[in-house]
Ligand binder design. Sequence first.
Ligand code: PPE
Length: 306
Amino acid sequence: MALAKTKYIWMNGRMVGWEEANVHVLTHALHYGSSVFEGIRCYETSRGPAIFRLKEHMVRLKQSADIYMMKLPYTVEELCMAAIEVVKANNLKECYIRPIAFRGTGEMGLQARNPVEVAIAAWPWGPYLGEEGQKKGIRVKVSSHIRPPPNSLPMNAKAGGHYLSSILAKMEAVQAGYDEAIMLDHRGFVSEGSGENVFVVKDGVIYTPPPHASILIGITRNTIMVLAEDLGYRVVEEDLTRAMLYVADEVFFTGTAAEVTPVREIDGIPIGGGKPGPITLHLLNEYKAVVRGEKPKYEGWLTYVE
Ligand code: PPE
């Protein structure tokens, strides 16, 4: 998806022009994938732009950095302030915010002692799997690529290098004519999409794979679990087999970029009659209302920019 260029990017403590936010070709992260990042959305509300669950995202960035022993030169609070500044400086209303921390230049090799640099960019970004995909549901392929097992890569860290496996899955799915991939874990249980968590609805109960299924513990996943329970649904975190996908009443993805995206077909099998199901749509509508500040109960999740 082409990037919508904005004016300013926050980089290593100051606001610089979009064109100046560059790195050297010998940057450690470029060679070894040694970066951690976040994706955060800001939505228009009646009280101006509001960033959704900003603190939780920055805390996860810090945890991802901790897992890879990267010392962030800024506190979570400073990073939150910087994200707000980026939205303000670019005069953005609805946008996607991308903080990234990465090992910079100075040394080559795997000891990874290079100092950590941090940048935060923001740009307008529509639904990850398309406007149409969110309305009508998308077509998905179970990938031949599995999520790396936990004793290979700590998939609960949102690290740059981890996405190489997601890229293989996504390319395979798209080349086979599908919109997205669902990956299984090393035991053969359902893990997640290439950039989304997955939920299955069966007989009115909502299921999602647990953290030990090599998932990224999504913040949208948590939001949907809370909203679903508050709406009276039962939510169960448990291992799901591939076959459970095929006989599901509904399947949907969650993610900051994807928001809630219905799945209408998996491996050629229509899910729920081939269209988004009622519980998926209920949760999608609730999510959209919450992020736009229309549900006072969840005000605590919003950080107003002005
Ligand atoms: N799993 C993966 C692998 C993942 O990348 C994401 C976010 C999620 C689950 C959902 O996490 P959360 O956003 O906290 O609900 N994927 C980001 C997009 C990746 C990309 O750049 O492409 C996102 O949604 O921001």
